[in-house]
Design a protein around this ligand. Structure first.
Ligand code: HEM
Length: 463
């Protein structure tokens, strides 16, 4: 295994003991990762009980499998999540349950078949080529926070592949800022809800800002979708081959109905959120890890040069770049963008002899499971080569894209885009960290670095 003797990938040091309720509220208000304690990482199952909240965290593979795969109907998505995301996503596939979710999934599936993913490669690559121009235009040695670049390129890719639309820098900044605000306030709203802070007090704080931010993102998307939706109803649809086109045309197999305008807006808002925020988070963490491990970076450079050389990337190259794929997989293990999945128990049940009352929250947290010493050697170390032999891995303990019927619909899309972006950057630059930079790892809607990711990109010889 390659290792870096001086830097271990940073994560918030766990507390020695369980914190008091008061302490937990203030700590977790900023980031739920700050409220974890040592045993959280090694337990099979744990419980947080306080007035109004009964929450069970499951780390044991059999229990994970039960919640995510075998008994999905008994553990639907938590209503709190739906309520939290509603101002932005409406009733989208990410939060719905039961028949409503099933219909939405059936109607979205065709847009994400493998063949379609390769169809959008050209659109993805156009956005990545522009990223390359932007990064190369900054001289031989460029000091920057790479996180906004990763956010911009992934948002740009989503706009091009879903809407065939270009995201100009001004609109991008507007919606990205609105989205950051939405995330920050949503984390606070979650804590207010859990700790039963009266609703009238919420509006004295950030709740109004949160709703406004959600509306801003939806308005930008609505302006793009409206003319295309109207074109379908008036039979004047254009030639676009993007994901919106398949959403506009897809028909419910039972009723023959199409998605309504509001339904399409909900789904597109969700695809925009799920499709760029998660990928941006993981790509920023990949940059961090590559900077910490120069010899792995060098091997990745050799891989790109041997497979692609100086030529253009195509979808077949992506499939061949095994090391870069493993680097991204290992990043998703150490910094899973969706750090926990919140479900609830539909009826009373038992787990490890414990009674789980009806309505209790049940949480499966990749953040904890991916660092559990029972399932991983060197759990906090960066070792992409561990993915060379998937059979050596514990079943049901690697789930950055979820598991079972609700598994991420965009996983192949995300892998293709990530390998393309990483290979593009690695071919042109060496990546190092700014002196003494340590990321401030926070858990919000996704796992991010609150102080950005300050790196130095140095152009390779001959560029
Ligand atoms: C590295 C990038 C990504 C990660 C880590 C990720 C992770 C996840 C996870 C963990 C879930 C399941 C959550 C749960 O069970 O509670 C999920 C669901 C979903 N993701 Fe992703 N995702 C990524 C990229 C994408 C992209 C690029 C798209 C679309 C363009 C997308 C669309 C969705 C959708 C629609 C769902 C809901 C599926 C359902 O409930 O049926 N994701 N994602």
């Amino acid at each position: 295994m390659s290792s870096c003797p001086f830097h271990q990938p940073f994560f918030p040091p766990p507390l020695k003991n369980k914190a008091s309720l008061f302490f937990t509220f203030f700590k977790k208000r900023r980031s739920w990762l700050d409220g974890l304690y040592e045993r959280s990482y090694s337990m099979k199952m744990g419980r947080v009980k306080m007035p109004g909240l009964d929450l069970h965290v499951v780390n044991q593979p059999e229990l994970i499998h039960r919640v995510m795969v075998e008994e999905v109907k008994a553990f639907p998505k938590n209503q709190l999540l739906e309520h939290l995301l509603e101002p932005l996503l409406g009733e989208s596939i990410f939060t719905t349950n039961g028949e409503q979710w099933k219909k939405q999934r059936e109607m979205l599936n065709p847009s994400f078949e493998m063949t379609r993913i390769s169809h959008v490669f050209g659109l993805m690559n156009d956005a990545v080529k522009e990223l390359r121009v932007r990064l190369n235009g900054q001289g031989k040695e460029h000091h920057l926070d790479i996180d906004p670049e990763m956010t911009y390129v992934t948002a740009d890719i989503i706009f091009r592949t879903i809407l065939s639309s270009r995201l100009d820098r001004h609109a991008a900044i507007q919606i990205i800022e609105a989205f950051v605000m939405f995330q920050e306030e949503t984390a606070r709203t979650a804590m207010r809800t859990m700790f039963k802070i009266p609703r009238w007090l919420w509006f004295l704080s950030g709740e109004r800002k949160r709703i406004k931010a959600g509306n801003l993102v939806r308005d930008v998307l609505a302006d793009i979708i409206r003319p295309r939706y109207d074109a379908v109803t008036s039979h004047t649809m254009g030639e676009e081959k993007d994901i919106l086109a398949s959403l506009l045309l897809v028909v419910d197999a039972d009723t023959g109905a199409r998605f309504s305008f509001e339904e399409i807006l909900d789904q597109v808002a969700m695809l925009f959120l799920a499709g760029h925020e998660t990928s941006a988070s993981a790509l920023t963490w990949s940059m961090y890890l590559l900077a910490l491990y120069p010899e792995i970076q060098e091997r990745a450079y050799q891989e790109v040069m041997s497979i692609v050389g100086e030529g253009e990337f195509d979808p077949f190259h992506i499939k061949q770049m095994a090391l870069i794929t493993n680097i991204f997989k290992e990043t998703l293990r150490l910094y899973p963008p969706v750090g926990f999945f919140a479900r609830e128990s539909k009826d009373e049940t038992t787990m490890r002899d414990k009674t789980i009352v009806k309505g209790a929250s049940v949480v499966v947290a990749p953040w904890l499971i991916h660092r559990h010493p029972d399932f991983w050697d060197n759990p906090n170390g960066f070792d992409p080569d561990r993915f060379n032999d998937p059979s050596s891995m514990h079943k049901d303990t690697y789930l950055p894209f979820g598991m079972g019927p609700r598994i991420c619909i965009g996983a192949s899309f995300a892998m293709q885009e990530a390998v393309l972006i990483l290979a593009t950057i690695i071919r042109d630059f060496t990546i190092t960290l700014e002196d003494n930079f340590v990321p401030d790892v926070v858990g919000r809607l996704t796992v991010r670095s609150a102080n950005g990711m300050h790196i130095v990109l140095t152009q390779r010889e001959g560029r």
